[in-house]
Design a protein around this ligand. Structure first.
Ligand code: FMN
Length: 198
């Protein structure tokens, strides 16, 4: 493959995917059909706790983040696992169809799962929109915007005196003089070539 980075030019957004008892940040969302009950597809890494939850539940919600979202939401849902923390503890949500949607968002879609497709690393969950609302008319945050502004959004301050390696895809920080040979980002699973020394 000559340069896989071209895939980053596909316009994607920033979303919180939630289901009963968990959720995570996703950008891999797409509307795959229109009509009264549009179909939405979302790709979720198999290693994510949210994937496990989605297999047990038949509904999920996608809350659409704006450029002005409180970045704590990205940190909480994108850099932590629901296996270890309760992500909803300090985040205001509203229950819709028994699923928590994020109040600090432009709005949401609640979907009923209609299908799923497995590959090696991800499950593609497909859902039909059964409820949706718009909270605010602001500009959505695109994945490209997140990429451009992630250092300030996440306020990346590395610990003094320590060598830090920052994942250029998701913003995860690894501390250590060198990255291990077969290192993979624990959040987005890219290889060490995507890490920049700080
Ligand atoms: C900017 C950004 C985009 C992400 N996009 C996706 C995605 O599309 N699909 C996915 O499965 N994980 C994605 N992640 C990673 C999950 O949000 C992350 O691994 C999370 O900690 C999983 O939490 P969980 O174990 O509670 O499910 C993304 C993370 C960030 C920061």
């Amino acid at each position: 493959m000559k340069n896989k980075k071209i895939t980053r030019k596909i316009t994607q957004g920033m979303y919180v995917l939630t289901t009963k008892e968990g959720g995570c940040i996703v950008d891999a969302v797409s509307q795959v059909s229109t009509g009264e009950e549009p179909l939405i597809a979302v790709a979720v890494m198999k290693s994510n706790y949210t994937n496990e939850l989605l297999k047990k539940n038949n509904k999920f919600a996608i809350s659409i983040l704006s450029k002005e979202v409180n970045s704590e939401i990205i940190k909480t849902f994108g850099f932590n696992t629901g296996r270890k923390i309760n992500k909803f503890e300090n985040v205001e949500t509203t229950k819709v169809e028994n699923i928590d949607v994020i109040n600090d968002s432009l709005g949401y879609m609640v979907c009923e799962k209609v299908d799923s497709i497995e590959n090696d690393t991800h499950t593609l969950f497909i859902g039909k929109v059964i409820e949706a609302d718009v909270f605010e008319e602001k500009e959505p945050m695109s994945y490209a915007y997140y990429q451009e502004h992630k250092e300030e959004l996440l306020k990346v301050t590395t610990e003094k005196g320590k060598t830090a390696w920052i994942c250029s895809v998701c913003g995860y920080i690894y501390y250590g003089e060198e990255l291990p040979e077969d290192f993979q980002c624990p959040i987005c699973k890219v290889g060490k070539e995507y890490f920049k020394k700080q």
